[in-house]
Design a protein around this ligand. Structure first.
Ligand code: ADP
Length: 248
């Protein structure tokens, strides 16, 4: 028992250390990406090409620190009422940049609002993780469908988010363990095994659930359900310049 206790204290200390380092790295990477974005606006088109690799590397690093943060739970969860369709729409650019030219992104988003109460940063990270997994499962190209809707389920009406790919699929023994932290089938250095565990943690923490249905060589659907929120979304912070504009 004493051994187990020591072990869990060690794990906790490790989690705190990881979370602290990941937090600082995340801020640095966010600053670097913002500077890169500014640089891109001032460079001629052929100069921008040289920055592509830098951006990809920084984005990968930020995904990793985000996963470590979510895993070590150092970042306070800050749920907001938001429209699932709108939130996904604002991610379109990020997601397009995260896939490859041989992959098509299809969208099936609701016209009517589907309100949920979740941490927007976690939602973005979860969707990014799912799209990156879908991409990695399709080395020869394919399609990724991002669908959101309100659905009447046996548990009542829920918000549903589904990421479907036409990739390799998972054998049952992989699907059974895919949500486990640190479970990965990717080559060393390529996968952390934290992506799906973050997605699952996000779904459960938000009062919902995440499930996988997958068929080898046919593809995978990851389905995230979230409780619907009846509250109205908080208004976005009004930018200062706009706030000073006279009416009409
Ligand atoms: P990582 O992507 O770092 O390996 P994840 O937790 O996101 O960690 O995924 C765990 C494992 O689940 C992956 O290594 C892969 O074997 C499998 N997996 C996840 N998503 C998919 C998918 N869309 N298609 C096929 N396999 C997948």
């Amino acid at each position: 028992l004493e051994n187990a206790l020591r072990q869990s204290q060690k794990l906790e200390a490790l989690g705190q250390l990881t979370g602290g380092v990941a937090h600082d790295f995340n801020n640095l990477l966010t600053a670097a990406l913002a500077n890169l974005h500014l640089m891109e606006r001032h460079l001629p088109a052929d100069g921008i090409r040289y920055l592509d690799g830098t951006r990809t590397a920084l984005e990968r690093a930020r995904t990793l620190t985000g996963q470590l943060l979510a895993f070590s739970r150092q970042e306070a969860v800050d749920p907001k009422v938001l429209d699932l369709g709108d939130s996904l729409r604002t991610m379109a650019d990020l997601l397009e940049r995260s896939i490859r030219a041989d992959i098509a992104l299809d969208w099936t988003l609701p016209v009517a609002p589907v309100r949920v109460e979740v941490d927007p940063v976690q939602l973005e990270l979860a969707v990014l993780n799912l799209v990156v997994n879908a991409r990695d499962a399709m080395p020869a190209g394919g399609r990724i469908r991002i669908a959101a809707r309100r659905e009447d389920t046996p548990d009542g009406p829920l918000a549903v988010l589904e990421i479907t790919d036409t990739g390799s699929g998972m054998p049952p023994e992989v699907a059974a363990r895919a949500f486990e932290p640190f479970f990965t089938t990717k080559p060393h250095g390529r996968g952390t095994g934290l992506g799906l565990s973050m997605v699952y943690g996000f779904a459960r923490q938000s009062g919902g659930n995440a499930t996988i249905s997958s068929a080898p060589r046919r593809g995978t659907v990851v389905r995230v359900t979230l409780p619907l929120s009846s509250r109205t979304p908080e208004p976005e912070a009004v930018p200062e310049a706009a706030a000073e504009m006279p009416d009409g």
